[in-house]
Design a binder for this molecule. Structure first.
Ligand SMILES: NC(=O)c1ccc[n+]([C@@H]2O[C@H](COP(=O)([O-])OP(=O)(O)OC[C@H]3O[C@@H](n4cnc5c(N)ncnc54)[C@H](OP(=O)(O)O)[C@@H]3O)[C@@H](O)[C@H]2O)c1
Length: 437
């Protein structure tokens, strides 16, 4: 083989970045890969739309099969997004003996097992560095550079849109809706922000990372997911006052043969490294038994950062082709597919932690006694109580921090507290995760 012939499915944000990078860095990529990476064809729904990139003799088509089945293509880059037709296109490309590179986290998280089985059967690579944290090389780091460790904890800030919104809410004291509208106007958030703000996008990435970190099959459907819509500016202000930051935290922990997999708004100590990850940036904190703690940090999305990861995967393929290596040197999830070990996922009744509970209460004699009585009944002990302001007629915020307890108890106690006539509006509960500095 004297060149690697590339076909692309999708010519949107990431597709454009990949095309630009391949065309602008041609010489550098050939030097590093040992072979030129030649862009042959791009398939997209609207091939006639001008993207402002001079393509020379690169062909454009709206027929996906001209890429997935093309005899003149060695590698298919899938950057269309969504489940179909991306899934079927990748399966077809693998069946036709092509390697595949994708940035599609939803597809890998939800259908990865099927796709990996197909790539292994066909003896072809399916690479997906860009699917988690964009330019941050965390798949390779966890799968290869930390492969000698037993990992017990992975924490991630994996959705730049949510991190941007939470950062702006704190810095400018604005409510969620106002910051979201601004983020949409600036193009940092989609017109339909559901996948981001409801935590689903972050959970797709966590499913992939956790499978690699723990040698377990992909378990997206088992992740507890909670988004950031209900976080109020008052929670962020309280967190700051008490020495915490609120982050949409991805948590994957293994202990006693069980996994804890969650994406939820979480208070982390302000002195922890992950608390310092602000704005659109992403980070992944990993703890290994020999490596100790470490954190990877950088830009998790956008045209350039995502293209950087996609093209790095293409370079891996070029290097392997140049060296005559067979596919499958590194299994997609780091552990051989037939040696992945399914671990039980911890239920709510087994989750323990410290919790922030914010109530809006009428400032009447006996209110606090009623609340502490309920907490006592549920065997929850209180670390601190804070109250701000006094009003004979309006509800005022009352904040409780618990000692370590079970999440199930907290949820049950909060349900009972919400029944009190002196408690107005839905109580807010946020988990505290004491991540090491
Ligand atoms: N954007 C990021 O920062 C980022 C970061 C990491 C990973 N990713 C992942 O990368 C993938 C692409 O994201 P993106 O932001 O580049 O999306 P995008 O801007 O919406 O682009 C998608 C492209 O795919 C084409 N397409 C979609 N469905 C098609 C179909 N049925 N047939 C032919 N072409 C089709 C679209 O065609 P038309 O334009 O012609 O309609 C468009 O060119 C997604 O899986 C996403 O999760 C994105």
């Amino acid at each position: 083989m004297n060149e690697l012939r590339v076909g692309i499915l999708g010519y949107g944000v990431v597709g454009r970045g990949v095309v630009r990078l391949l065309l602008e860095h041609g010489g550098l990529l050939a030097d590093r890969g040992g072979l030129p990476l030649r862009l042959v064809r791009i398939a997209t729904r609207t091939p006639g739309r001008d993207r402002g990139i001079p393509l020379g003799d690169v062909a454009l088509t709206d027929d996906l099969t001209q890429v997935t089945q093309g005899e003149d293509i060695d590698v298919v880059v899938e950057v269309m997004g969504g489940i179909e037709p991306a899934r079927t296109s990748i399966l077809h490309a693998l069946q036709r003996g092509k390697h595949v590179v994708t940035a599609n986290k939803a597809l890998i998280a939800e259908h990865g097992s099927e796709l990996f089985a197909q790539s292994s059967e066909q003896g072809r690579e399916l690479l997906f560095e860009a699917a988690v944290a964009g330019a941050v090389p965390v798949i390779k780091a966890v799968r290869e550079s930390l492969a000698s460790n037993r990992l017990d904890r992975v924490y991630g800030i994996l959705n730049g849109t949510c991190n941007y919104i939470l950062t702006e809410m704190r810095e400018r004291g604005l409510p969620f809706d106002a910051v979201l509208a601004e983020a949409q106007a600036k193009g940092y958030a989609e017109a339909d922000p559901t996948l981001d703000v409801e935590g689903i996008d972050a959970a797709h990435k966590l499913a992939i990372l956790a499978a690699i970190a723990f040698g377990a099959p992909l378990s997206f459907s088992k992740i507890t997911i909670e988004g950031i819509r209900n976080i109020a500016e008052v929670d962020i202000a309280w967190a700051t006052e008490m020495g915490y930051r609120i982050k949409l935290l991805c948590i994957a922990k293994r202990s006693d043969g069980k996994l804890d997999l969650r994406v939820q708004p979480t208070m982390v100590p302000v002195r922890s490294m992950i608390a310092g990850v602000e704005g659109v940036f992403n980070a992944v904190f990993v703890h290994g038994d020999y490596s100790g703690p470490g954190m990877f940090y950088g830009r998790g999305a956008g045209e350039g950062p995502t293209a950087s990861a996609v093209v790095a995967d293409l370079l891996d393929l070029a290097r392997a082709a140049k060296a005559g290596c067979a596919a499958g040197r590194v299994p997609p999830l780091g552990t051989a597919l037939d040696r992945l070990e399914s671990l039980p996922i911890r239920g709510l009744d087994e989750l323990r932690g410290e919790y922030y509970i914010r109530l809006a209460v009428l400032d009447r004699p006996g209110v606090l006694a009623d609340i502490t009585h309920i907490l006592k009944r549920h065997e929850i002990s209180i670390d601190a109580i804070h109250q701000k302001g006094r009003s004979p007629s309006e509800a005022v915020p009352l904040v409780l921090l618990t000692h370590e307890t079970s999440e199930q108890r907290v949820q049950a106690a909060v349900r009972d507290i919400a029944e009190l006539k002196t408690v107005h509006s839905r109580p807010q509960v946020i988990r505290i995760e004491n991540i090491p500095s």
